[in-house]
Ligand binder design. Structure first.
Ligand SMILES: Cc1cc2nc3c(=O)[nH]c(=O)nc-3n(C[C@H](O)[C@H](O)[C@H](O)COP(=O)(O)OP(=O)(O)OC[C@H]3O[C@@H](n4cnc5c(N)ncnc54)[C@H](O)[C@@H]3O)c2cc1C
Length: 508
């Protein structure tokens, strides 16, 4: 049985939401994959009278499509289980007639795409970054007949994945050519297809009372606190959601025992939208100037004016900065063990970094790959003791401490890395198919270095009120010199910054 009891129980309530009959069109050969797809569709169709099976030619074999009479279908080549179960549920519900919950502006942009385009998205079922991309392209194909989309399960078509050199998922191909790799929201994909918004739409924006830069926990908290004071509030974010988008599960947001990172990002957006905040997503701030008002320049050339500003730009994964790293990104150099681990099944891989994230990654990957080598620069691992103990119990892990990774080597994909024992001159080559880099985070503050006071780590120095050295400029969250970097702490500092900024407005 491909649909176990738990999955059936998860599916049933959603199948009751179907508004119209759905056809599951199957194009399956006698291959092992073809049989599995046919069995899956049969089990699925048995769950609801609204689902019926038809046979027919699809653009890919073996596959099945979710169709409504007279509409183009959404294709799945493989079994949309694991993290992709939600993609199947949404495809069924949306094809049956329930409109996707997206804003009008995005719908208009999707409908305006005239060029015919077909997308193939390769996923792994353990990848938590894949469903957003699959669901975004499914929505586009539903809204625009010029667009079609197929989800392809990498685990089922491993030879194809190898042949295409795919080493990171989601991997999206547009009309057969590599188009996108990694996590992305619907808005980001639409922008990538249609081009960025010009600065014209910013021309008439009146000055804000409080402008927030950053759409992570700190920025959203600051914007909500500001908007609740009834003042004109704006929020600019390069990528709404922030680091929670990279996080699998969060268990320490007090009052919420467990939430997935992407779900938290969604809830932050929904909460923010309850207030009249001008949200400008997918825009990068590049310059801050204090004139009569504070002026924030965006990458697209627009300049936003505000009486007070709260900087909540967070942090990003630290690069190793060695030859080969940039060249082999998505070709064996990886940052997300949950997403890309299954693509290295049965192979030898390395994890660079012996802190908590590195050791968590090594433990996770050891269950999937043949062998893991952990490389730590310092003489000892820095991860929590409990993680180190768990790692020590694993038979297929080697730990190298006091070593420096010097280069990542490969041809069209990673074949190994070179490292050096610190203090010695010889290079040792380690043959691996993948290198997972887990060496911490850097604050997103390089664009502020000439304007604000930063510490040696590049963090914005703030006081207890989250004020910076410039009047009217406040900062919150992971981009500051706060001692601990956590969601709840970022939210708290965002709230403090907003209250301090409001206090500043009253007094000035
Ligand atoms: C893998 C991982 C797991 C984690 N797990 C947990 C956990 O379980 N519990 C926990 O409490 N914490 C966890 N954390 C830490 C937590 O996610 C951060 O402390 C928190 O997200 C910081 O919030 P923030 O708003 O300060 O920054 P971020 O979340 O980094 O958000 C920054 C925002 O600023 C935007 N931005 C950046 N530069 C610019 C610019 N120039 N212009 C415009 N916008 C910009 C970004 O696009 C983003 O929207 C984890 C972090 C990672 C990476």
């Amino acid at each position: 049985m491909l649909l176990d009891e738990t999955t059936r129980a998860q599916l049933l309530p959603y199948l009751e939401l179907l508004e119209n009959p759905i056809f599951l069109k199957v194009d399956a050969d006698e291959s092992e994959q073809g049989k599995k797809i046919r069995d899956f569709v049969t089990e699925l169709a048995d769950l609801s009278p609204e689902l019926s099976i038809t046979e027919g030619k699809l653009s890919r074999t073996p596959a099945f499509s979710v169709e409504r009479e007279g509409s183009e279908g959404i294709l799945f080549s493989g079994l949309p289980l694991g993290h992709e179960l939600t993609s199947l549920v949404l495809a069924l519900v949306q094809v049956s007639g329930r409109p996707p919950r997206i804003d009008e502006q995005t719908i208009e942009k999707i409908r305006a795409i005239k060029e015919p385009m077909h997308f193939d998205t390769y996923v792994s079922l353990t990848c938590h970054n894949c469903p957003d991309v699959v669901q975004a392209l499914n929505i586009m194909s539903l809204l625009n007949p010029n667009i079609s989309h197929t989800m392809i399960e990498g685990g089922m078509f491993q030879e194809e994945v190898e042949a295409k050199g795919i080493m990171a998922v989601p991997a999206v191909f547009k009309n057969g050519k590599e188009f996108h790799s990694g996590r992305s929201s619907l808005e980001e994909l639409v922008e990538k297809i249609s081009g960025p918004e010009t600065n014209n739409i910013f021309a008439d924006k009146a000055p804000y009372d409080i402008l927030v830069v950053g759409g992570g926990p700190a920025g959203v908290s600051a914007a909500i606190y500001a908007a609740r004071k009834g003042i004109r509030t704006g929020l600019v974010a390069e990528r709404f959601g922030g680091q929670p988008l990279e996080t699998l599960g969060i268990e320490n947001l007090i009052g919420t025992p467990y939430i997935e990172g992407t779900q938290l990002a969604q809830q932050l957006k929904e909460h923010l939208k309850k207030y009249p905040v001008d949200i400008m997503n997918l825009h990068r701030a590049v310059k801050l100037e204090k004139k009569e008002l504070v002026e924030l320049s965006l990458e697209n050339g627009a300049v936003l004016k505000t009486k007070a500003i709260i900087l909540a730009t967070g942090a990003h994964w630290r690069d190793l900065g060695v030859p080969g790293e940039a060249e082999f990104k998505t070709k064996g150099v990886a940052y997300c063990p949950h997403c890309d681990g299954p693509l290295f099944a049965g192979k030898n891989i390395a994890v660079v970094g012996g802190g908590n994230s590195g050791i968590e990654a090594a433990i996770d990957l050891a269950g999937v790959v043949a062998h893991v080598t952990v490389l730590e620069f310092l003489p000892e691992l820095k991860a929590d003791k409990v993680l180190q103990e768990r790692l020590a119990r694993l038979k297929n892990v080697t730990v190298l401490t006091n070593v420096e990774t010097k280069a990542i080597r490969g041809t069209d994909r990673v074949t190994g890395l070179d490292y050096q024992v610190r203090g010695q001159s010889d290079l040792t080559h380690l043959e691996v198919a993948g290198v997972f880099i887990q060496i911490g985070l850097v604050p997103n503050t390089d664009w502020l270095a000439d304007t604000l006071e930063l510490n040696s780590r590049g963090e914005i120095i703030t006081d207890k009120a989250e004020s910076t050295v410039l009047d009217g400029v406040f900062a919150a969250g992971d981009c500051t010199d706060s001692r601990y970097k956590q969601i709840i702490i970022s939210m708290g500092s965002g709230a403090t910054a907003a209250l301090s900024a409001f206090d500043y407005l009253i007094r000035n």
